[in-house]
Ligand binder design. Structure first.
Ligand code: ADP
Length: 161
């Protein structure tokens, strides 16, 4: 049985992430999308808000579950009997960091492999950072995130000002 995790910040979830989630869900038995509680970053959305956004956009995907974790991905993988880690690759700039992380994780948890899904071309440019930036200047993010998420982003940015 292939039990996979797709870890990330998802601050916020974008159409690029959703594309990876749907494609990953087809090649594993269960997929847990898990929000990393990274204390060194100051996120726009809290972990709970990000979990709820993911639950909303993944509600139709039967084998997809949403969770969060803090600390090492390797520990989370071991504790949850996960045997596949999914990551997305957009461009060569993602590659060096992703390769280093995959190799480190393989040393720490040899029974789990990292599988990379390459971005669909229409999302190759898309990142949570650009979505936050465009939205912060009032730009149109409707092509980048689902409508329900766009609304939450604008509401959050309004609260911050
Ligand atoms: P991080 O974990 O690097 O803080 P994110 O939450 O932005 O990042 O992304 C989680 C994973 O999704 C990473 O593997 C990242 O490369 C991938 N990803 C992000 N945006 C896209 C996209 N547009 N297409 C494909 N993969 C993506």
């Amino acid at each position: 049985m292939v039990k996979a995790v797709y870890p990330g910040s998802f601050d916020p979830v974008t159409n690029g992430h959703i594309d990876i989630i749907k494609r990953a869900a087809r090649i594993c038995d269960t997929l847990t999308v898990s929000v990393l509680n990274n204390k060194s970053k100051s996120p726009l959305f809290s972990v709970d808000e990000r979990v709820n956004m993911l639950k909303d956009v993944c509600s139709e995907l039967e084998n997809v579950h949403i969770d969060s974790f803090s600390g090492l991905l390797a520990d989370y993988v071991r504790e949850n009997d996960i045997n596949m880690v999914v990551r997305g690759l957009r461009a060569i700039t993602d590659f060096e960091y992703e390769l280093q992380m995959a190799q480190t994780n393989r040393k720490l948890v040899p029974f789990a492999d990292t599988v990379f899904l390459t971005t669909s071309l229409e999302y190759a440019y898309l990142s949570s950072t650009t979505v936050r930036e465009v939205a912060s200047y009032g730009g149109d993010i409707s092509q980048f995130v689902p409508d329900s998420i766009a609304k939450l982003i604008y509401d959050k940015l309004r609260q911050e000002h």
